[in-house]
Design a protein around this ligand. Structure first.
Ligand code: GLV
Ligand code: MN
Ligand code: MN
Length: 421
């Protein structure tokens, strides 16, 4: 791209972006007792999520966007184009895991908003409309299924199935959506946009370690979540001989170790395996646990190796039941295949980064994103911003610098302009 063309590309207001991230980061903020760090808890469809939603929706309105809320609570804001064409879309999520930082998802939503604000200030019109969005419950921590709002919007998950999901307290997703005032009336199925681009923090160590400015995301690895319930027999910890126990806690520990060994074995490629939730009942010091509910999170960039890992883990669950005298029940709560992003959109992003004189690297996303759902509807790709502290995320330590965020959103803006021109 020539220098004169580069000069014409508007630059965002990095300070304003940072202030928006900081303001939204105050919603659901808490101080971690142990570390003293300030984290964010905006678990989907809680009061804190509702407060964050109201603020960002108001910001959309103040930016002059035509705002709509759909039946699954996704919020869209549209900026008119010169022509009646499908919109170029950008966005992400503002719900969080309960122990979050202030960047995951929010950078994509507030970055897209900053792009709109910049275009308005500079009086830049685009042929295609621009549509920015935040999707409901990307994290999946509360109702058990990730990318929920975007998956419903593209038709992968039927809305009635999403509505019926329950949290640990038995509260129903649809009721909670209504309770917080975001059960919208607009049809949930999206018409295919011209393209979708999402800017997100990498949430891992790769870009920072390579000292690269930005990542062009080639796709997302496969994700498989299960909830496993192990039922044994609760009994007295002091009087019950070891050979008479049916210890559900021990079986869960065995399962966790097995997952770890599978991931390290090399037999399943780059498998990652995590038991993030372990909930023993009755959960008391002097009682052999009679029941454990635990979670299984498998990730793999290769669908065949993911299938092999799932098959072998299922066989192990059977063996576990036989060996330890427990009953084991597994329920799939989320599953998405390896996603490959559009070459066209990746090329536009790469040109935008190059034109800004920044370094870049292609990268596969380790985390799940709303973009992977949109990819089934239109040409899609993502921009990754490096993170400090080994890119730690889902942790209050999550941090990208103002400069890193600004570079990512400037690349987003240049990409949106080219796609919507
Ligand atoms: C989303 O944050 C995920 O679990 O990958
Ligand atoms: Mn995210
Ligand atoms: Mn996340």
């Amino acid at each position: 791209m020539s220098a004169s063309r580069r000069l014409q590309i508007p630059q965002i207001d990095g300070q304003r972006l940072w202030e928006s991230l900081s303001r939204l980061g105050e919603v659901g903020a808490y101080r971690d007792e142990r570390t003293g760090l300030v984290g964010v808890n905006r678990l989907a469809l809680t009061d804190a999520d509702a407060q964050g939603r109201r603020i960002v929706k108001r910001w959309f309105e103040e930016a002059g966007l035509a705002v709509r809320v759909d039946r699954i609570g996704n919020v869209y804001g549209r900026r008119k184009g010169r022509r009646d064409l499908p919109p170029v879309m950008s966005g992400s999520h503002i719900d969080s895991v309960p122990t979050a930082g202030r960047f995951d998802g929010c950078l994509g939503v507030l970055g897209a908003l900053e792009c709109v604000r910049t275009l308005d200030e500079r009086g830049v019109a685009t042929d295609h409309p621009l549509e920015i969005a935040f999707f409901t419950d990307e994290e999946g921590c509360r109702f058990g299924t990730d990318m929920l709002g975007s998956a419903v919007a593209v038709g992968r998950i039927p809305i009635e199935q999403a509505y019926g999901l329950r949290d640990k307290q038995g509260l129903v997703m649809r009721d909670e959506l209504a309770r917080i005032g975001f059960l919208g009336a607009h049809p949930e199925r999206l018409e295919p946009p011209r393209a979708y681009v999402e800017c997100h923090i990498e949430q891992g160590p790769i870009l920072r370690a390579a000292d690269v400015d930005l990542g062009v995301v080639t796709g997302v690895q496969a994700i498989s979540w299960q909830e496993v319930t192990i039922v044994g027999r609760s009994a007295h910890a002091g009087t019950t001989p070891m050979e008479l126990r049916r210890d559900a806690g021990l079986a869960a520990a065995r399962l966790n170790l097995r997952m770890h060994e599978m991931a390290l074995s090399g037999r399943y490629g780059e498998l990652r395996a995590t038991m993030g939730g372990i909930d023993p009942a009755p959960g008391l010091v002097n009682i052999v646990p009679g029941r454990v509910r635990c979670t299984v999170d498998l990730r793999n960039p290769d669908d065949a190796q993911m299938a092999a890992a799932e098959r072998d883990l299922a066989a192990y669950l059977g063996a576990l039941a036989a060996e330890w005298g427990v009953q084991v029940e597994a329920r799939q709560t989320a599953k998405t295949p390896r996603i490959r992003f559009s070459d066209e959109v990746q090329a536009v992003i790469a040109r935008a980064i190059e034109a800004a004189g920044l370094s870049q690297q292609r990268i596969v996303s380790g985390a799940g994103h709303d973009a992977q759902e949109l990819a089934s509807l239109c040409p899609t790709a993502m921009i990754f911003v490096p993170g400090e502290h080994d890119g730690i995320s889902h942790n209050p330590r999550e941090y990208s610098t103002p400069e890193q965020c600004e570079r990512g959103v400037n690349a987003l803006l240049a990409t949106l302009i080219e796609l919507a021109a």
